[in-house]
Design a protein around this ligand. Structure first.
Ligand SMILES: NC(=O)C1=CN([C@@H]2O[C@H](COP(=O)(O)OP(=O)(O)OC[C@H]3O[C@@H](n4cnc5c(N)ncnc54)[C@H](OP(=O)(O)O)[C@@H]3O)[C@@H](O)[C@H]2O)C=CC1
Ligand SMILES: O=C(CO)COP(=O)(O)O
Length: 334
């Protein structure tokens, strides 16, 4: 048994708290609003973001960040990516040297192009930082449906610790040393999922979806290759695995937001209707900045940016993607 502090109590923090409690660990859950803590204390359930997943009676809920960080073997940071830096800043003074913090958030910071683990390391230099990522919708993890995921860390001991703590008969955890590769796939799949959702919303078919997933994966691989991440990671659980689930699942908020935009809603209207964090909207600009910095062609990411931020009609964006100059898939002719 280890003591875990769950920092963030949206759908993902709630599902992970449920999983870890089922694994026999002592879990304390921090919410950034008192009203959320009251909801958890009263119902032992996140009635707003993950109804139906009942947390144990003995689980502690609080809005006191210091209390959640104190005396914990592991802290899991599961807040939306735009809130990771500010939350890490607040945590800093409560973290002891070498304390393990696992990032469960998916995103790239727009201004700095930092991954979530970079932000945590910058803000809390005394921490030992890891990441957990892969195809894992909270709605399914919270029902105990078999899921496989990757735990990444710079040192093997930290990755092994995360694997040991999270692993269960319904949650299989692989370890990895490729922190950038894991987080690049995690952030950019959300942008491609917006495109897949837009295509669904416009009434396109499975062929279109398969094309977006495959060519989206090619874009991410091109960038990954320029940035020196491992291709195995991008073709693994946190890359193609998460890309598939996010583009296809009915649970995906990114796909749903895209769907609403494909049906004619604005980005703001779609985000409001989804009522949960749509990370692809925050990572889209970061993806485009990286493409420009590393001079990599990323036409789908570019098209999503135009539709999101320039009011560009989705129909035109699809037409432009289809009518780009003919390209090779492989060009090793004799
Ligand atoms: N849901 C999933 O299936 C998975 C999610 N993730 C990742 O987990 C992260 C969290 O997403 P998820 O739990 O799904 O999001 P949700 O939309 O379910 O919940 C977000 C929660 O974060 C709270 N919040 C908003 N701002 C802050 C802040 N500044 N500090 C602390 N909490 C804040 C929200 O509260 P309020 O009501 O005030 O907005 C809300 O309770 C994201 O990066 C996501 O990509 C990863 C894997 C799976
Ligand atoms: O990252 C996720 C599943 O692995 C969640 O994706 P959505 O944010 O699109 O729901």
């Amino acid at each position: 048994m280890v003591r875990v502090g769950m920092i963030g109590s949206g759908s993902w923090g709630t599902a992970l708290a449920w999983l870890l409690a089922n694994n026999g660990h002592e879990v304390e859950v921090w919410s950034h609003k008192e009203e959320m803590t009251r909801m958890f204390r009263e119902h032992h359930e996140n009635t707003d973001k993950l109804p139906g997943v009942i947390l144990p009676e003995n689980m502690i809920f609080t809005s006191d960040l210091q209390e959640t960080c104190r005396d914990k073997d592991i802290l899991v940071l599961a807040v939306p990516s735009p809130a990771v830096r500010s939350t890490a800043k607040k945590m800093k003074e409560y973290i002891r040297f070498g304390q393990l913090i696992v990032s469960a958030s998916k995103g790239i910071e727009e201004d700095t192009l930092d991954y979530m683990t970079d932000i945590i390391e910058e803000e809390i230099p005394q921490a030992n930082v890891a990441v957990l990522s892969g195809p894992s919708h909270a709605e399914e993890v919270g029902r105990g449906l078999p899921t496989a995921i990757v735990a990444g860390a710079r040192d093997k001991k930290a990755a092994d610790m995360v694997q040991m703590v999270f692993m269960s008969p319904v949650f299989r955890v692989y370890t990895s040393s490729d922190l950038p590769g894991i987080q690049m796939g995690a952030a950019l799949k959300n942008v491609i999922a917006l495109a897949a959702g837009i295509a669904d919303g416009m009434g396109y078919g499975d062929n279109t979806k398969a094309a977006l997933i495959t060519r989206g994966s090619a874009e991410i691989a091109r960038l990954g290759s320029s940035m020196g991440v491992h291709m195995e990671t991008l073709y693994g659980l946190s890359g193609i695995g998460d890309l598939i689930v996010t583009c296809a699942s009915a649970h995906s908020r990114n796909r749903r937001a895209g769907y609403l935009m494909g049906q004619g809603k604005s980005m703001e209207e779609a985000m409001q209707e989804v009522r949960q964090v749509v990370e692809g909207v925050y990572s889209a600009k970061a993806g485009l900045k990286l493409a420009r910095e590393y001079q990599v062609e990323m036409p789908i990411i570019e098209a999503v940016n135009r539709v999101l931020f320039e009011d560009y009609p989705a129909q035109e964006a699809v037409k432009n993607l289809m009518l780009r100059d003919g390209k090779d898939e492989i060009a090793e002719w004799d």
